[in-house]
Design a protein around this ligand. Structure first.
Ligand code: GDP
Length: 325
């Protein structure tokens, strides 16, 4: 007789977003997993009662909390109220109701912008709450710090096993390619592509080109998320502390915005000039993760920047008619 596998019911919150969809791709062929998703017409994550009813009815075993209001430097600067309010409410609703309905395992996805603007580089997990944040995305960062502290508080008080991962700047399929509100990689991919199509002589890149950023391809992020979620409790606890429980996810390698823009021009095939508009903000001067904690836990990235940009550009070309505005 065939043995029937008991499947874990895993709720991926934010499954239509860039990271959530990559986590679904990562888990969907697993025989021991049943993925549960709800789009925003079915479940409004800002609605506390609806989220609570969902957890009461669905018998969830694990949650990947990848739902978030996200955007680049301009969007964060322009809509700070939406960024702090929506992120705080979604985290509170999901984490509290998960606990209330006895979900023991949850992974919260944060961001490297939780670290102080002038944190020592590379930034280790212990840099959290040691200095002033970058002002352009402080409200978003405060919400993400609150998410880590929610997880730690339910762990300390109720013995939950809620973990957090802090990715560096991510890119890949299902990113937001909005010209102003997106992050630098999708913004430049679109701008270079449209300039190539139009035969333009130059493309404008914001800021001075000197800030340094570390970029991680989203399938690597999804793989790291599953890796961290599935570490046994003893290993996870041995490598973290109760009040310093988050884990950085990145490549440990960075480059200047200018270098990234040059790689982008090559990938897209734009042969004109790249010019910098220094009236636009640079944001934080450097953002490089110390990934030694994750590396000690047995994970390393696979996809280099140029390879990741090529994969993303293929996806862009195939899907450009459907972009969310
Ligand atoms: P950040 O890491 O939070 O600052 O996120 P962003 O991806 O928005 O910006 C990264 C860097 O790229 C900043 O120094 C921006 O000034 C620079 N940058 C250059 N061109 C663009 C662009 O078209 N859009 C965005 N979002 N950033 C750009």
């Amino acid at each position: 007789m065939e043995e029937s596998i008991v499947k874990k019911r895993i709720f991926v919150a934010g499954h239509k977003g860039m990271v959530g969809s990559a986590i679904v791709r990562q888990l969907k062929n697993r025989a021991d997993v049943e993925i549960v998703t709800r789009d925003r017409t079915e479940l409004d994550l800002l609605d506390q009662k609806a989220v609570d009813t969902f957890f009461a009815n669905e018998n969830i075993d694990e949650v990947y909390l990848a739902a978030a209001k996200v955007g680049g430097i301009h969007a964060n600067n322009t809509y700070p109220a939406e960024f702090i309010y929506q992120n705080l409410i979604m985290e509170c609703n999901i984490i509290h109701s998960a606990h209330k309905h006895d979900v023991q395992h949850l992974l919260f996805l944060g961001s490297s912008c939780i670290y102080p603007k002038l944190a020592e580089q590379p930034m280790s997990e212990s840099a959290l709450l040691t200095g002033v944040l970058e002002s352009t995305n402080e409200p978003y960062a405060i919400a993400k710090i609150a998410g880590i502290k929610l997880c730690e508080s339910y762990n300390r008080q109720y013995g939950r096993d809620y973990r957090s991962v802090m990715p560096t700047n991510l890119y890949g399929e299902n990113d937001n390619f909005h010209p102003e509100n997106s992050h630098v990689i999708p913004a430049l991919m679109r701008r270079f592509h449209e300039a190539k199509e139009a035969g333009d002589a130059e493309v404008v890149v914001w800021g001075t080109g000197t800030p340094m950023r570390e970029f991680l391809y989203v399938d690597d992020m999804a793989a790291a998320s599953v890796h961290v979620m599935e570490l046994d409790s003893e290993t996870y606890q041995a490598n973290t502390q109760p009040m310093l429980s988050h884990i950085n996810v990145g490549t440990g390698v960075d480059c200047t915005i200018r270098e990234m823009a040059e790689t982008m021009a090559k990938v897209v095939g734009f042969e004109g000039e790249v010019v910098f508009d220094s009236t636009k903000p640079d944001g934080t001067p450097r953002k490089l993760m110390d990934v030694s904690r994750l590396s000690d836990l047995g994970w390393r990235y696979q996809v280099d920047l140029e390879v990741g940009l090529r994969k993303t550009y293929q996806w862009f070309l195939a899907n450009q008619d459907n972009f969310r505005k």
